[in-house]
Design a protein around this ligand. Structure first.
Ligand code: CUK
Ligand code: CUA
Length: 678
């Protein structure tokens, strides 16, 4: 069904469009008053007349026909986008570019009751806290869908928090966050999350070097005491959790590790991580000294880190680690001794690192180099076998650039990130050029396209300053092609102004046709933080639940909740300053709806939505207490309130669930201490 959708999306009815094109070419835009063009339709207008009235060109109509999802129809693809400093993950239908859902991850999200009183959400969020204080904000960068054999399997989504070096696990049965782990070694991260082809490991590379384990060290001791990191989080698919005990970190030189990617197929078992500031600049520590911007951009080459993950796992299992705040850390000397880490020079102030679908090549972009550099995995292996006397200041072997490079392709200014399609093309974002470059892969991909390998085919302007880009399953072993979404940082003039803070611009691009035919289709304002990376999955691979499997379900543990309440068994249990309210919810009442407690009581509500109808979600908002729960059909949620302020507090259903939704309310009455005993 969805496959049929895909195909019809790619081929709009040609005859209709041709007729429109002819008609539109013959006339012009009737007037330039945009408002009047919209508000003065005539009865029985044809598509051509509407297009004429609105001043739409044939290209506009083609684009519309490629993106429009008729009412009630589903998108064939789903994009999981990081939410940047919103701290969330945003789920978007492609090609319609409709937001389907925002998933609360690192930042409280009121609609889902995420971090607004629900004990389950507090448990997840507080697991990511610092020992001394709460963290309730995150900066999500790179979502990673779980993979089986290098293909998305639609089961899990991971995402990192750059600000605080945390990783979250989202269960795609209910699209909710189940776990947040705080990295005990690093305080911030960037090169995460990227998964190995069977999701055994979730990679989290560091960013700005700091002393390990959140220690203090003077900036004068940068080279001695500051370190980079990469953490391999072990994912336990059965439990649906990262297993911290079986995870480990590798200590790296104090370069700023940036993006990471896992090898696949021929390069399975290896990890590639690029870096900048191999100059080890320490910034303007005194007036007149060069800022980081200058100091970290001096060298022509930085280092691609080539890591033998399989061997690193053995070394960690053999206990050749030190303990840093409970995390096993492989010391840099051990990595060098065991041959876990090699460097390959990469030009210049690199940003993206992306492994080709078959795992043969590693594509690196240098922000300050107009080329992408393509390294051959096989050549890197041969160079490792050959050995090298060249070492960085920490003793890490540096493989000769010329022995590892396969090709360089000049694309334009500010190349960042690369995606792949099914036709042997690669797509690289050009930040400074504000463009997407389509270029050809060589080697085993040569037969898929007519052009010579390793050549630029087309540059498509985008608006503006593109960061990441995402093609359909474009970083898997089997990319689909079809559509590409560009995640543009600036929107400047693309939308109605909403003041000095502008949305980002997601642009949908048709990449379904080979050659110089990429076509810009649609602008989507993204006014929710600044997304970085996104991944697009075929919608058919997702099989989320319609309602929770049984009434009284605990979504955090995906199991029946011991505090679930059946209808007829609702009750209030009191004792020793504690009150437990076992409540049910159904259209259109709470049972019980009157609860009287004493000032100072600690009241825990265990609320079960007994509905089995799809979409029959209720909310539970309690005035004056910063509490809102979302109760999806079957769900049991709990929430604890310490009632310190006497008064009468209505609670009510926050989802408009039925005709008598407004009647769906109750009172929590808190008797003042002076009244007690009267
Ligand atoms: S990064 Cu933002 S454009 Cu954090 Cu992957 Cu490159
Ligand atoms: Cu339940 Cu409104």
């Amino acid at each position: 069904m969805a496959r049929r959708n895909e195909e019809t999306m790619m081929r709009p009815p040609a005859t209709t469009l041709l007729a429109l094109a002819v008609a539109l070419a013959a006339t012009g835009c009737p007037d330039d008053d945009a408002d009047r063009r919209i508000t003065t339709p005539r009865a029985g207008e044809t598509v051509t007349e509407i297009a004429q009235r609105r001043g739409l060109t044939p290209d506009d109509l083609r684009a519309a026909a490629k993106t429009y999802m008729p009412t009630g129809q589903h998108d064939p693809y789903v994009m999981f986008s990081s939410g940047g400093h919103s701290g969330q993950v945003i789920v978007i239908g492609v090609p319609s570019m409709r937001i389907l859902r925002v998933i609360g991850v690192f930042t409280p999200e009121p609609w889902q009751g995420w971090g607004f009183g629900s004990l389950a959400s507090e448990e997840v969020l507080s697991a990511g806290d610092m020992p001394t204080h709460q963290l309730r904000w995150g900066d999500t960068h790179h979502p990673a869908l779980s993979e089986t054999n290098g293909e998305y399997d639609g089961q899990w989504c991971f995402v990192n928090d750059k600000a605080n070096a945390r990783v979250a696990v989202i269960d795609l049965r209910d699209f909710e966050t189940k776990q947040i782990v705080k990295n005990p070694v690093a305080i911030n991260d960037h090169g995460g999350t990227f998964v190995t082809p069977d999701t055994e490991w979730v990679i989290e590379g560091g960013q700005y070097a700091t002393p390990l384990g959140w220690e203090y060290a003077s900036i004068d001791d940068y080279q001695q005491k500051y370190r980079g990191t990469v953490t391999m989080w072990k994912f336990d698919r059965e439990r649906g959790r990262i297993d911290v005990e079986r995870s480990f970190t590798m200590e790296l030189p104090p370069y700023w590790q940036d993006l990471a990617d896992a090898g696949k197929l021929v390069s399975d078992g290896w990890i590639f991580l690029n870096s900048f500031n191999t100059e080890m600049a320490t910034g303007a520590t005194a007036p007149g000294e060069p800022p980081f911007e200058v100091g970290a951009s001096q060298s022509d080459m930085d280092y691609l880190h080539v890591i033998n993950l399989r061997k690193a796992v053995e070394v960690a299992r053999a206990g050749r680690t030190i303990d840093v705040r409970g995390m096993k850390v492989i010391p840099l000397e051990t990595s060098i001794e065991e041959g876990l880490l090699h460097f390959v020079p990469e030009p210049k102030s690199p940003h993206g690192v992306d492994v080709t679908p078959g795992g043969e090549f590693i594509v690196v972009s240098g922000k300050l180099d107009p080329h992408v550099t393509i390294f051959s995995f096989q050549k890197i292996q041969e160079a490792i076998a050959r050995g090298t006397a060249d070492r960085d200041p920490f003793g890490v072997p540096i493989l000769p650039f010329d022995q590892c490079v396969e090709a360089q392709v000049e694309l334009g200014l500010g190349p960042l990130h690369t995606q792949f399609d099914d036709k042997g093309y690669a797509y690289t974002s050009l930040f400074l050029d504000s463009a997407v470059a389509r270029w050809t892969l060589g080697g085993p991909y040569q037969e898929r396209h007519p052009e010579p390998g390793w050549t630029l085919v087309q540059k498509l302007p985008v608006h503006y300053n593109i960061g990441h880009l995402a093609a359909v399953e474009g970083d898997t072993t089997t990319p689909r092609g079809g559509f590409l979404v560009t995640l543009n940082k600036w929107s400047v003039d693309r939308f109605v102004s909403t003041g000095p803070l502008l949305p980002q611009n997601f642009q949908l691009v048709d990449i379904g046709v080979p050659g110089e035919t990429m076509e810009l289709l649609y602008d989507m304002p993204m006014g929710i933080g600044e997304p970085h990376y996104a991944q697009i999955i075929v919608a058919d691979k997702l099989s989320p639940w319609d309602v929770y499997p049984e009434v009284g379900w605990d979504p955090l543990n995906q199991a029946p909740d011991p505090n679930a309440t059946r209808q007829g068994e609702e009750r209030i249990v009191r004792g020793d300053g504690r009150v437990d309210v076992y409540m049910t919810v159904v259209r259109s009442r709470f049972t019980p709806e009157h609860i009287e407690v004493n000032q100072g009581d600690v009241v825990t509500f265990h609320i079960t939505n007994v509905e089995r109808a799809k979409d029959a979600t209720h909310g539970w908002g309690l005035g004056g207490h910063n509490v809102n729960l979302s109760l999806e059909p079957g769900e049991t949620a709990s929430c604890t309130v310490e009632v310190t302020q006497p008064g009468v507090y209505p609670f009510y259903c926050t989802e408009f669930c039925s005709a008598l939704h407004l009647e769906m309310t109750g009172y929590l009455r808190v008797r003042p201490v002076e009244e007690l005993g009267k």
